[in-house]
Design a binder for this molecule. Sequence first.
Ligand SMILES: [Zn+2]
Length: 247
Amino acid sequence: MKITRQKHAKKYMSFYKYNFGFREPFQVLLDGTFCQAALRNKIQIRDQLPGYLAGATQLCTTRCVLKELESLGKELYGAKLIAQRFQVRNCSHFKDPVSGSACLLSMIEEGNPHHYFVATQDQDLATKVKKKAGVPLLFIIQNTMVLDKPSPKSLAFVQAMQANQLVPEHQKQSIEHLKEEQGLVKESENRRKRKRAGGPNPLSCLKKKKKGQETQQPSAAKKKRKRKRNRAKSEAKAVSVQLSVKA
Ligand SMILES: [Zn+2]
């Protein structure tokens, strides 16, 4: 069971990384219901989540979530203590706090630009999160944290993107990143540089050397000629100036 859970998570994480540009440290927005469930099920979010998502994880929440937990009093005191240890992300409700769920929804508007995960036990909020493409959803079930499978909305978004062959900015970046990872871009450049710095390998670079000389010589000669001309001109000028001064 545990192995399949981990396998699924790995697959879903690749989906979000490749199609939506998710990167470490993964930003996880947690609400009071998730903290309460973690407490009840004795789940150490900070210890367990990075292993499950296979990467550094930043736990965060909003001031509205904290305010809501405070207002709910004793029953959610433990959950409040957990949530208070998370990083507080700025929301747009600085003066007028809204409900935790409304606040988290506002954080993932306009295509979830900050690449937030949403961790909640609130079914209503979860349903609304699934209606937005590219927002991974975490919940707790049977004493474990689970990364939900990508929503139909996310799958449809990716399909449409592929059909239109549109490459959004974050995907371009992830393509570049993958290229770098697999050594298709920078590695090869580095190799060339290393060869130049370390001196050419006499066996593999014999032909290259000739080519290099052929191509380099004319340009070098041109430069030299130009310099000579310039020198000649400036010398001539200098001479004429001297002459005129003397005269
Ligand atoms: Zn807020």
